[in-house]
Ligand binder design. Structure first.
Ligand SMILES: [Fe+2]
Length: 382
């Protein structure tokens, strides 16, 4: 088989890596736009970042008007600021929302039109401004992907801008930034990362290279997510989770995600359910549906979770993988049923219609999903 493997040119990882931000940003010019999660302004991390950027004599504008599951208009606003301030580099600091707005703004600053014009695959014509991503959660892996997911009000939906121009130039990963993250966000973002690694591993587009990355991601997340949630100050667990989510991001940028993401999109788009909650909840139900299409890899997931597997049939191990994901999910307090999220059964046909439009992840899924299958997965998850 022929395969294509892409990765951001520079990844700086480790405790204290944030100190590199100013020096790296300075290489692109004198003016930067800092796109930050509003939570970071409250947490006081912003002072540290600004100090570092000022040390390099950088002229910094800050955009922090970002909501969870951000709207396309938010990216348009950030791009407007980047153009007005004539910045040469955009720095995204935060979780997926801030990083996706930053990535989208970088191409909107150099391409005419609005964010909604570019939702789809390869619609971006010109390269964007330089981008440096600094994740503060171990989840989305957006620091190493070519996607920016944004929500639209009419029709209510979430869709990605997918273009190689969205690959950041630099990703700076400092595990100490994720230490203040509360247990609930650690849990939901961590399940998103696990979903990336498992979906990329079982994807139709998976390659030997993406498999190496995805397997290591699954192993790290399975071994460290509980500790990161329950002992947030444990820097070793935080570091391993950040590495796990980075690997999940690299794997998904190359092998794609699957039906969990497709079925989760309407939960975010129509019901504003956080991406990590939707994925974490749906993951075991979709694995159950998929298992006949990827028995060998599902069985391997059980081994990556630490099962010995000696003398156990592949089918049994594959089922075990699902129960291990359920157990992890329960241990970290992820909701297990759609009914707990206040979603009514009568919405399922409409949700399934919306999920069917998320075509790329569905094409990658190891088992073909029909609209009826999607409704039935939602029902089982109800
Ligand atoms: Fe995701």
């Amino acid at each position: 088989m022929t395969y294509d493997f892409q990765i951001v040119p520079r990844i700086i990882f480790g405790e204290g890596a944030l100190k590199e931000l100013g020096v790296q940003a300075r290489k692109f010019g004198e003016k930067v736009l800092l796109v930050v999660d509003p939570g970071i302004l409250k947490a006081g991390l912003i002072e540290l970042i600004l100090e570092d950027l000022q040390k390099e004599n950088l002229d910094v504008s800050t955009f922090s008007d970002i909501e969870p599951e951000p709207w396309v208009e938010t990216a348009d606003e950030a791009a407007k600021m980047a153009k007005e301030e004539k910045v040469s580099c955009i720095i995204g600091v935060g979780g997926g929302s801030a990083m996706d707005v930053a990535k989208a703004a970088s191409i909107l600053a150099t391409n005419a039109g609005k964010a909604s014009d570019y939702q789809g695959l390869d619609l971006v014509k010109n390269a964007g401004l330089a981008k440096i991503m600094v994740p503060t959660t171990a989840g989305t892996g957006s620091e190493v992907t070519f996607t920016a997911v944004l929500s639209r009000k009419e029709p209510k939906m979430k869709a990605g801008i997918n273009s190689h121009y969205l690959f950041p130039e630099i990703a700076i990963l400092d595990p100490s930034l994720s230490v203040p993250l509360p247990p609930k966000t650690t849990a939901t973002t961590g399940m998103d990362a696990l979903t990336h690694a498992i979906e990329a591993y079982t994807s139709y587009q998976a390659s030997p290279l993406s498999d190496i990355v995805a397997r290591e991601g699954i192993k790290l997340i399975a071994a460290n997510l509980r500790t990161a949630v329950h002992q947030g100050k444990n820097l070793n667990a935080r570091s391993n989770m950040l590495l796990g989510s980075l690997l999940g991001g690299i794997a998904l940028a190359n092998a794609g995600v699957g039906a969990v993401h497709a079925l989760a999109y309407p939960l975010g788009g129509s019901f504003r359910i956080a991406h990590g909650v939707a994925n974490g909840l749906l993951l075991p139900y979709v694995m159950k549906f998929n298992v006949t299409g990827c028995v060998e890899k599902c069985a391997d997931v059980a081994l990556l979770f630490g099962e010995s597997g000696e003398g156990v049939r592949e089918e049994v191990l594959a089922e075990k993988a699902i129960s291990l994901v359920v157990k992890l999910s329960e241990d970290i307090g992820i909701p297990r049923k759609l009914s707990e999220l206040g979603i009514d059964e009568k919405n399922f046909p409409e949700m399934a219609d919306a999920a069917m439009k998320v075509s790329r992840p569905l094409e990658n899924n190891p088992r073909k999903v029909s609209k009826e299958d999607a409704i039935s997965i939602y029902r089982t998850a109800y």
